[in-house]
Write a protein that binds this ligand. Structure first.
Ligand code: CMC
Length: 432
């Protein structure tokens, strides 16, 4: 790669700081500022990391201005139209689309790892039934390191592979178990003859007393949602996985940290927040009032499912998912889902024409629609972010694997600008 040196000089000494520019294959180059503190004694300051690249990566590329998302160079639109979640998982993890033989082997390995160690069921019983499924899932994933000792040596490539296959295979089983626990229903074992998404639907919705047929449109919709959510370069939860993982912690703990980061309403929790918001808005006549609230600087309310740190034109995932929303509602929608979707479409149209949203480049993101699909599939709000976590697990794993093997990886340790009191003397309590 063509790497150039930037001429940035110290104004006092006139000394060249020798900062290196490293070009990217696509998108902005970066300036390697590691010499800055050594030479100049200053840190860079970038709250929210909006202008800071924390690693070099070969996995996912986003062009926020053009609304482009690619996994390993393949546009998301092509993957969404032609691929499966398992094939995309292979692509993200290993860098290339698999041959038929490679895909069959990978798929088989994932199917073989779906069952949970039976002792895990005791953990679920430790939770009250009203525990949020995200709390259960992040806790159980962290506990996996206590069980699977053959996959926690991160320097061992075989351990890393077993870990990767195991977590991708078991995360739907864990998620479904959390769901069943919250319903006070018996846990349903995976059926390995089913594909990844059908198996998840089976574990979520079948009961031992009846038969359950997976609806193909439900499996297709999940497959699409999972492809769209599989990775999104250095977002909050992925950066959390990388940061936690950079200390050398066991990989299950790093993934559990990512799940916790995903839960927030500014990130993966937005899909749940969108439905809450639409229910609160209630009907068309209230839209103007809520749009006004979202624009009011003194009101913390935001239009959930709108805006994105990187996409400033449109979120390509939202365009794809919007179409699927129509199909799912046509085929599966319950009476109560359609008005919510219509309200969402109306809100979308009003916001898209509003100068506040236009000027700030605020467009609907993927989560504006994903909750509506989940709801039509019969998945309750409390499970929406869990569904996102299942899909994103493969992205976290791929990024973690890349980080572990990257010779430039050091423990992540940001610096700070200290603005607290300067040195002062301890005051005895009687004098305070
Ligand atoms: N409604 C109203 N105003 C908004 C919104 C919104 N949804 N999003 C941003 N703004 C305003 C914000 O008030 C700020 O205005 P000003 O410049 O006058 O202070 C400006 O737009 C820039 O916002 P920001 O918070 O500085 O932007 P950010 O890049 O830090 O935040 C975001 C991005 C996604 C957290 C934010 O747009 C947001 O809170 N959206 C709602 C939550 C949401 O839908 N999150 C899901 C993201 S997509 C799924 C995922 O990747 O996890």
């Amino acid at each position: 790669m063509n790497e150039k040196t930037f001429k940035i000089t110290n104004q006092e000494s006139g000394k060249d700081l020798g900062l290196e520019r490293k070009d990217a294959v696509l998108g902005p180059s970066v300036v390697d500022i590691t010499a800055l503190y050594r030479e100049q004694g200053v840190f860079t300051y970038d709250p929210g990391f909006g202008a800071t690249a924390c690693c070099s990566s070969t996995i996912t590329y986003i062009d926020g201005e053009q609304g482009v998302l690619m996994y390993r160079g393949y546009p998301i639109e092509q993957l969404a139209a032609h691929s499966t979640y398992i094939e995309v998982a292979y692509l993200l993890m290993y860098g290339e689309l698999p041959t038929q033989e490679e895909l069959t082997g990978f798929d088989q390995s994932i199917r073989n790892h779906t069952m949970l160690n039976e002792s895990f069921l005791r953990f679920f019983n430790g939770f009250d039934h009203d525990a949020h499924p995200m709390a259960m899932v992040s806790g159980i994933v962290a506990c996996m390191s206590a069980f699977y000792h053959d996959s926690t040596d991160i320097q061992d490539a075989a351990h890393r592979d077993v870990f990767a296959h195991r977590i991708i295979a078991k995360i739907p089983t864990i998620a479904a178990a959390a769901f069943k626990h919250s319903l006070k229903q018996p846990f349903v074992y995976p059926k390995n003859e089913l594909d990844y998404c059908s198996n998840l639907l089976h574990m979520l919705f079948s009961v031992p007393t009846g038969s359950y047929e997976v609806d193909p449109i439900a499996a297709e919709a999940l497959n699409l949602l999972f492809i769209l959510h599989a990775d999104h370069e250095q977002n909050c939860s992925t950066s959390t996985v990388r940061l936690a993982g950079s200390s050398g912690t066991n990989p299950y703990s790093a993934i559990s940290a990512g799940i916790s980061a995903l839960w927030g309403p500014a990130h993966g929790g937005a899909n749940e927040a969108v439905i809450n918001m639409l229910e609160e808005v209630g009907s068309s006549e209230n839209i103007t009032q809520y749009v006004a609230k979202a624009k009011d600087k003194n009101d913390p309310f935001r239009l959930m499912g709108f805006g994105h740190r990187v996409y400033k034109n449109h979120d390509p995932r939202a365009t794809i998912i919007r179409k699927m929303c129509h199909r799912v509602l046509e085929k599966l929608g319950r009476e109560q889902d359609t008005p919510l979707f219509e309200l969402a479409l109306e809100l979308e149209q009003i916001a898209l024409k509003d100068s506040y949203f236009i000027e700030k480049n605020l467009y609907p993101n993927v989560d504006f629609y994903s909750g509506i699909i989940y709801q039509a599939l019969g998945i309750p709000k409390s499970m929406f972010t869990v569904m996102f976590a299942i899909a994103r697990t493969v992205g976290w794993v791929a990024q973690w694997r890349e980080m572990v093997r990257d010779p430039e990886t050091r423990i992540g340790r940001p610096r700070q600008r200290y603005i607290g009191p300067a040195e002062r003397n301890y005051i005895p309590i009687t004098n305070r």
